[in-house]
Design a protein around this ligand. Structure first.
Ligand SMILES: [Zn+2]
Length: 145
């Protein structure tokens, strides 16, 4: 069984749900979007059925710049979830976008193949992975700005 099939069976891939499908579809096209409340204009990440600011159910999507600050990060070298162990080591982080919302992301390694150049609070920018990678695992990828 291919890794993607295992992930689908275990529910790891949620690229096609009503809630997260638009986010995954935008990532596959190289765009980063977040939800936007049609009533109070709050930007929302991760996707929700209701606006956490005004509880409106009228939510749309808005493309964001992809610029932000790396709040924290870690490099998973040992003990990742079993379906991710073929990718270890890999970097994940929390990015606070300039527009306000924050999200978990994957971090591209540097030219030396490591993540040694990352530090907390540094500027980062959205750097989409290729469509095949996004189809496998819908994640926003970032790199040092
Ligand atoms: Zn709202």
């Amino acid at each position: 069984m291919a890794t993607a099939d295992v992930l689908k069976d275990t529910g790891y891939i949620q690229n096609d749900t009503e809630l997260t499908g638009p986010f995954a579809a935008a990532l596959a096209k190289g765009n980063l979007i977040v939800q936007k409340c049609n009533d109070c204009a709050a930007l929302i990440m991760y996707p929700k059925y209701r606006c956490p600011a005004c509880f409106s159910g009228s939510l749309g999507w808005e493309q964001v710049s992809g610029a932000g600050q790396l709040q924290t990060f870690t490099i998973l070298r040992y003990g990742p979830p079993s379906t991710f162990d073929v990718e270890a080591p890999y970097g994940i982080g929390i990015v606070k976008l300039d527009e306000g919302p924050q999200l978990m992301c994957r971090l591209h390694p540097g030219p030396d193949g490591t993540w040694d150049h990352y530090v907390c609070n540094q500027r980062v920018s959205f750097a989409p992975a290729d469509a095949a990678e996004i189809a496998e695992r819908a994640a926003a990828w970032f790199t040092a700005a």
